[in-house]
Design a protein around this ligand. Structure first.
Ligand code: PGA
Length: 249
């Protein structure tokens, strides 16, 4: 059976208590969910949320990490600290990191390689701005973000990489790419992976769509042949909006 991967990115929302309450509700309501499910609370809530979801079918994710294992990096959180808390997955290259905090493909690649070397799973986010799309540069942007983001990652480690295609213009805006548009970009991502790692790896690659995914568009998006899951922001902040996405079938 095809595996779908539904991830919730809580971004800079929720206190520890609020995070624990949501994690408890999700653990109860998603216990029979057959999809792969991950939630990524804020760093400050990871340790308490880890206790709530331990032994459940929900994976613990982090939203970012520093590019070094340790050292003089004020304000950064290290991969070793994340592992210490039970984090299994890290989201890297999110468009908010790229555009607001000016993370380059080279920096994202250092994080990707470090996370994989430390046995974590990675969700590598890619996506174009509206200006890039309208200027005909969509494929070039995706190609660069994937090739540079995955530089130096060997085929064996690729099994722990998920790609999230998140058109920047669709994030938090209520504008979703149509299933057809998204599927075409997912197919292109797969083509890039095939060129880098071969057809078999490209076929096996899980590619999530992200950008205003809601209960009422999730099923249509994931019905497309190249859309294998969703990276959900706003709708992941409440059980009543996240559960129907994770239980879309
Ligand atoms: P959104 O965010 O679902 O609120 O559009 C998605 C994301 O940024 O991962």
């Amino acid at each position: 059976m095809r595996l779908y991967y539904i991830a919730g990115n809580w971004k800079m929302h929720k206190t520890v208590n609020e995070s624990v309450a949501l994690a408890r509700e999700l653990a109860a309501r998603l216990s029979c969910c057959k999809e792969k499910v991950m939630i990524a609370p804020a760093f400050t809530a990871l340790s308490e949320v880890a206790k709530v979801i331990e032994g459940t079918n929900i994976l613990l994710g982090a939203q970012n990490m520093g590019p070094e294992e340790q050292g003089a990096h004020t304000g950064e959180v290290s991969v070793l600290m994340l592992k210490d808390l039970g984090v299994k997955v890290v989201i890297l290259g999110h468009s908010e990191r790229r555009h607001t905090y000016l993370e380059s493909d080279a920096l994202i690649n250092r994080k990707v390689r470090l996370a994989l070397a430390q046995s974590l799973e990675v969700i590598l986010c890619v996506g174009e701005t509206l200006e890039e799309r309208e200027g005909g540069r969509l494929e070039k942007v995706i190609d660069t973000q994937l090739c540079e983001g995955l530089a130096g990652v060997d085929g064996a480690a690729l099994d722990r990489v998920t790609i999230a295609y998140e058109p920047v213009w669709a994030i938090g805006t209520g504008k979703t790419a149509t299933p057809e548009d998204a599927d075409a970009v997912h197919a292109y991502c797969r083509k890039v992976v095939a060129a880098l790692y071969g057809e078999q790896k490209a076929k096996a690659m899980i590619i999530q769509y992200g950008g205003s995914v809601k209960a009422d568009n999730a099923a249509a998006l994931m019905a497309k042949p190249n859309i294998d899951g969703a990276l959900v922001g706003g709708a992941s902040l409440k059980a009543e909006s996240f559960v129907p996405i994770a239980m879309f079938r």
